[in-house]
Design a protein around this ligand. Structure first.
Ligand code: DGL
Length: 287
């Protein structure tokens, strides 16, 4: 089914981190409208099983599709790592993720063919980045490491803190030992740690921002599908939805997004809540 090119682009993440991807999408496509869903009620995805991540990703996508988006960007690395094939099979809209663009960017940036990947426990367990890189060049060497402490550190705002520096040194030591010359930031939160990561890895290691690579890929592929907005307006609209705690989102969003966001709207994805509403109605009708 051909979508209307002037509909918004849907973006979802497990929570607030996906705003780093929105930031890059807006940089590349300032005129597009974006509808964002942060599943803050069920964050983190990075510690959950593949089955659960896939189910959540389907529910998130369904919400966005019902909102009437022309395409869906899976900003969450963990959801991208596990759910893209299921989403492509299950929905009619084009689906874009962060893994393939990040993998391609790593291969472009690395000169020695020694590439490091960092991400959540679930992303690393999926081996999605490793497989995507090796599928394009099986001569490179890829070392991956889960860094579960980084997401809470970023949300705490400790992006220049000594604790974060110590944690990064510990996580990155084995990768540096393998003499990587490119490091994929395979998680929505890591772009906020870029200055500290750059300091820890030193000049010889190039950082690969999967959010940046994803935004460029979405732009190119929407163009090829003739789905870039054609209406004349200077700035697109950004509409955020969350599944929990609007206040926390509103507090943190600017740091991830780089500009002040609209206030988020609280929504529920739970079939139970929807059923409960239905029950109230039928109870009423039966009286
Ligand atoms: N958004 C997730 C990712 O990029 C990080 C937070 C989480 O674990 O849900 O993998």
């Amino acid at each position: 089914m051909k979508q209307d090119c002037n509909l918004p682009i849907g973006v979802f993440d497990s929570g607030i981190g996906g705003l780093t991807v929105v930031r890059q999408l807006k940089r590349v496509m300032p005129r597009e409208d974006f509808v964002y869903l942060g599943d803050t009620a069920r964050v983190p995805y990075g510690t959950k099983s593949p089955e659960t991540v896939i189910r959540f990703a389907c529910e998130d996508t369904q919400f966005l599709v019902q909102e009437g988006v022309k395409a869906v960007v899976v900003a969450c690395n963990t959801a991208s790592a596990w759910a893209i094939p299921t989403l492509e099979r299950s929905f009619d809209v084009p689906v874009f993720g962060v893994i393939l663009p990040g993998a391609r960017a790593a291969l472009e940036k690395s000169e020695t063919g020694r590439i490091g990947i960092i991400g959540t426990t679930s992303t690393i367990r999926s081996q999605a980045y490793v497989k995507a890189i090796l599928a394009r060049d099986d001569e490179v060497r890829v070392v991956a490491r889960a860094c579960p402490l980084l997401v809470p550190l970023v949300e705490e705002g400790w992006v220049q803190h000594d604790v974060a520096r110590t944690v990064l040194k510990e996580y990155l030591a084995p990768l540096l030992k393998q003499k990587i010359d490119a490091l994929v930031l395979g998680c929505t939160h890591y772009p906020l740690l870029k200055p500290l990561i750059a300091e820890v890895v030193g000049k010889g290691v190039k950082l690969v921002d999967s959010a940046e690579a994803c935004a460029e890929d979405v732009h190119e592929r929407l163009g090829a599908l003739k789905l870039l907005a054609t209406r004349r307006r200077r700035d697109g609209v950004f509409l955020p939805f969350v599944t929990d705690e609007v206040e926390r989102f509103n507090e943190l969003s600017q740091r991830f997004l780089g500009f002040p966001a609209e206030r988020a709207v609280l929504v529920t994805l739970s079939p139970w809540d929807r059923r409960r509403k239905g029950q109230h109605l039928s109870d009423f009708l039966m009286r």
